[in-house]
Design a protein around this ligand. Structure first.
Ligand code: SF4
Ligand code: SF4
Length: 153
């Protein structure tokens, strides 16, 4: 199952999601709207327009639990927006809580963004490649990989 799917029991076949999907990634199967995984760019548009809340977004919690059960090392990349989640008494509070829960490595996504920005600059300067797109948004990456593969290079 992909990131976005339909809860069949909740779907009332209004087809609003079908009409709203910009990349035509929803088909009708047995009267229900079904997300076509390899066409979906996971922008979540259909989730917003569905009047029945019949679209489900995978949350990955089960996957993380399975990593813990398998005693695997888990790294957390915290988006800068995490500060809006709660009223923290100190900036490092969430990172400390995650480490206490058993996550091996916790860092802000901004640390990786800095490295990527340096690589981006090198690509542009050394190889005269233009334009070069850098985005942490998976929708942008999905869109290019699935619909504009000529741009991947
Ligand atoms: S918008 Fe919601 S209720 Fe309407 S067809 Fe799509 S999933 Fe079903
Ligand atoms: S998440 Fe976006 S691309 Fe995927 S089915 Fe919904 S509207 Fe279409």
């Amino acid at each position: 199952m992909g990131i976005i799917s339909t809860i069949e029991a909740s779907c009332r076949d209004c087809y609003k999601c079908v009409r709203s999907c910009l990349v035509k990634a929803i088909k009708i199967t047995d009267g229900h709207a079904e997300v076509v995984e390899d066409r979906c760019i996971a922008d979540g548009h259909c989730v917003l327009v569905c009047p029945q809340q019949a679209k489900k977004v995978a949350d990955g919690i089960g996957l993380v639990r399975s990593f813990f059960l398998a005693k695997q090392k888990i790294a957390v990349s915290l988006a800068p927006s995490f500060v809006a989640l709660e009223e923290f008494s100190a900036p490092g509070q969430l990172a400390t809580a995650l480490r206490k829960l058993g996550f091996t490595y916790v860092a802000e996504t901004a640390e990786a963004a800095e490295l990527i920005a340096q690589e981006h600059l090198q690509l542009v300067e050394k190889h005269a490649m233009r334009p070069v797109i850098t985005s942490c948004c998976p929708v942008v990456v999905n869109l290019i990989e699935r619909y504009y593969p000529k741009l991947i290079k």
